[in-house]
Design a protein. Structure first.
Length: 304
């Protein structure tokens, strides 16, 4: 989607932090943006910000819990009624759910995966047929995290969900290219946002038996670190990734060495044995993906 002017974006978790930064970058590039968010106070503040910058006609706010499928369909109808065809789906709603695996309860798992995987599934099932139907092509960006690239302890629910985003995007991308829909997985490092307030979006039914209540309270007291990336800069990087149809949209080069070590460890773990050629020939379609060859060729050409 190199030409974004006049196109419409639907952003979940769009009224705060990374989603709001992306909304600003998209509007600045001439797009119309629907900010769908579960927090009405975030929607109100975001709309006020755009009004203050005389950009309110380019944005629309919708209260949406991404886990609610019926509401998602209604939100898509409202987006289309407001701005017309939606081209860019940014599945971004999420939370900072942190704590050790042994303390995680069903409530913690169900809330975390319900929003950060289930909510994305709902976004895809709602919007892919609509994008395909209008025939103008489009793009899907799913928010993952550097936690998927370099997993660290005490993030098991978060990392599980964010790693799922990588596999989901890598699997869909070649398929959806046939429908002129690009797919990118967005893996940011730390970005200034309200993620420390994640506890405020935990529904009551997932509060009763949480193992993470005290950690969520402590997270709520954390202040935003000014060294973390500005969300609008982050949004501009997302926009560039959409325009370039990048498979991976990354933000922080300081994670490169850790990523290299991760994938080196994986490749070094293959059995050091001769390949069974007959077996390899029978599963040739599993042994490589042209998508990676093409992406590497594109990136090498770009970087000289
Ligand atoms: N900030 C970071 O450092 C960072 C790093 C990597 C990944 N991420 C991811 O980026 C995404 C955005 O987070 P952020 O840091 O901008 O936090 P944020 O809290 O500022 O923004 C997230 C928004 O999502 C909304 N939201 C939460 N649950 C929702 C639901 N069920 N339905 C609809 N909206 C919902 C919240 O109300 C909030 O407005 C998340 O998926 C997060 O995991 C953040």
């Amino acid at each position: 989607m190199r030409d974004v002017e006049g196109k419409v974006a639907f952003i979940t978790g769009g009224a705060s932090g990374i989603g709001l930064g992306a909304a600003q970058a998209f509007v600045d590039a001439g797009m119309k943006v629907v900010m769908a968010d579960v927090r009405q106070d975030h929607i109100d503040a975001a709309l006020q910000g755009f009004a203050d910058r005389q950009q309110n006609r380019a944005v629309h706010g919708i209260r949406l819990d991404v886990t609610d499928r019926a509401s998602f369909a209604r939100a898509a109808d409202e987006a289309e009624a407001t701005f017309g065809k939606v081209h860019l789906l940014f599945n971004n709603a999420g939370m900072g759910i942190m704590g050790p695996a042994k303390e995680a309860t069903y409530d913690d798992w169900d809330w975390g995966l319900g929003v950060m995987i289930g909510g994305v599934v709902n976004g895809l099932v709602t919007f892919l047929p609509r994008i395909i139907r209008h025939g103008e092509g489009g793009h899907v960006v799913n928010t993952s995290s550097m936690a998927a690239v370099i997993p660290i302890p005490n993030t098991v629910i978060y990392t599980t969900a964010k790693a799922a985003m990588v596999g989901m995007c890598e699997s869909m991308r070649p398929e959806l290219a046939a429908d002129n829909i690009g797919v990118s997985v967005f893996c940011p490092g730390p970005v200034q946002s309200n993620i420390h307030e994640s506890g405020k979006t935990r529904p009551p039914e997932f509060q009763k038996n949480s193992g993470y209540a005290e950690r969520e309270r402590q997270l709520g007291a954390r202040t935003v670190n000014p060294l973390w990336m500005d969300p609008v800069e982050c949004g501009q990087r997302i926009l560039a990734g959409v325009r370039n149809d990048d498979l991976y949209i990354l933000t922080h080069p300081e994670f490169r060495d850790g990523a290299q070590e991760h994938y080196d460890a994986l490749v070094a773990s293959f059995p050091n044995e001769p390949v069974n050629q007959e077996r390899a020939d029978s599963i040739r379609f599993l042994l490589g993906n042209r998508m990676f060859t093409e992406e590497l060729a594109k990136l090498r050409a770009r970087d000289g």
